[in-house]
Design a protein around this ligand. Structure first.
Ligand code: NAD
Length: 333
């Protein structure tokens, strides 16, 4: 039913049902690393919930998935870590029209057209890495954005992540832990041979492999990583996102080099078509393109909501999987 035709009561019922379903899917995805539905199904339900809550704000609840990052971590046995600054999610769009609308809001917010840094959206899970005097001392997952899980010992088994930076800096950096496609194929073949349930996709395999009590298990899983963010750019002496990526590489941190600065949103189309075409050939999974306001001062000016930065947006690729009908949620898609 179109939202404008809903009675208040029907809207309340549908909103509550969607909130409950998405919380259930979130627990399976974020806490158990075993999704119950495909991502595009989740995304479609989430978009409907966002639209419903915008039209009927009285039905937004504190525990709505639109108001919270990731999972609640109630079932995690890993030690907990409080993040010095929240680890946020990203807003997402599924069409060029929506990107243009986002660009218009950003330009209006800043009062001028900002250059953007385009990056591939790596299909893994976010991690925060703390270096003290250049030495890796702590690693944590995003968790619910405020509190994550301590995965220090696990991360120390990942060869791509240096234990020591090339300079003795004290800094927290953030990035994505992912499982290369080849490692994923090998792992799932082994699991099937062992009579174990295969992981649904490389993202869930990466999360399940990192969030282990026994770091030896993580070590066998061949994870890798890319770093793309720090909340402390002054430590690096940089003022743009593109320079931050260059500095991360100088420090010995793994970075994805498929990034590009554009002066205006119209220039994004080549980047999107290039990586839509090259997606299969990459050694790791990507599920879209992340557009970031390049000047870090402008990022601060735009700020964040409780869940997402206003200075970045994810353009998600259309789903690759064949459509799977999930019976109990068919009515809302
Ligand atoms: P997200 O994964 O869509 O986007 C935010 C994340 O992107 C960041 O936290 C970061 O980890 C990652 N990222 C990758 N490359 C990046 C880059 N270059 N720069 C910055 N960040 C980058 O958001 P989310 O909040 O982690 O999860 C929501 C998504 O997860 C949904 O859109 C859905 O597709 C999926 N999900 C699926 C289910 C399911 O049941 N299938 C359940 C919950 C969530």
């Amino acid at each position: 039913t179109p939202i404008e035709q809903l009675t208040s009561q029907a809207a309340q019922q549908e909103t509550a049902a969607l909130q409950a379903d998405l919380i259930k899917y979130g627990v399976a995805y974020y806490e158990q690393d075993a999704p119950l539905v495909e991502d595009y199904v989740y995304d479609a339900l989430y978009a409907r919930l966002v639209a419903l809550e915008a039209a009927f704000p009285q039905y937004v609840t504190q525990d709505s998935p639109t108001q919270n990052v990731g999972g609640a971590l109630t079932k995690s046995e890993l030690a907990k870590v409080t993040h010095p600054a929240p680890m946020l999610s990203l807003g997402d769009v599924f069409s060029l029209d929506e990107l243009v609308a986002w660009d218009a809001r950003t330009t209006k917010g800043l009062g001028f057209q900002s250059p953007y840094n385009l990056e591939l959206k790596i299909d893994g899970l976010a991690v925060a890495l703390t270096y003290v005097d250049g030495r890796l001392v702590q690693a944590s997952t995003r968790g619910n954005g405020t509190i994550g899980e301590d995965v220090t010992r696990n991360v120390k088994t990942i060869r791509a992540i240096p234990q020591q930076l090339t300079e003795p800096l004290t800094i927290e950096v953030r990035g994505e832990i992912y499982m290369p496609k080849q490692s994923f194929a090998t792992l799932n073949a082994q699991r099937e041979a062992d009579g174990l349930e295969p992981f649904a996709n490389p993202r869930n395999a990466a999360a399940g492999s990192l969030r282990q009590l026994n770091a030896q298990v993580t070590k066998q899983r061949e994870l890798s990583a890319f770093v793309y963010y720090t909340a402390e750019p002054d430590v690096l002496g940089v003022t743009t996102q593109s320079d931050a990526l260059r500095r991360f590489a100088e420090l010995g941190l793994p970075t994805d080099t498929h990034n590009q600065v554009i002066d205006q949103m119209a220039d994004i189309t080549d980047f999107i078509s290039t990586y839509t075409a090259q997606r299969d050939a990459l050694a790791y999974g990507i599920d879209g393109v992340v557009v970031k306001v390049n000047a870090l001062d402008d990022q601060v000016e735009l700020g964040n909501t409780v869940k997402i930065p206003r200075w970045a947006i994810a353009y998600k690729f259309p789903p690759e999987e064949a459509l799977t009908v999930v019976r109990d949620i068919e009515w809302t898609v």
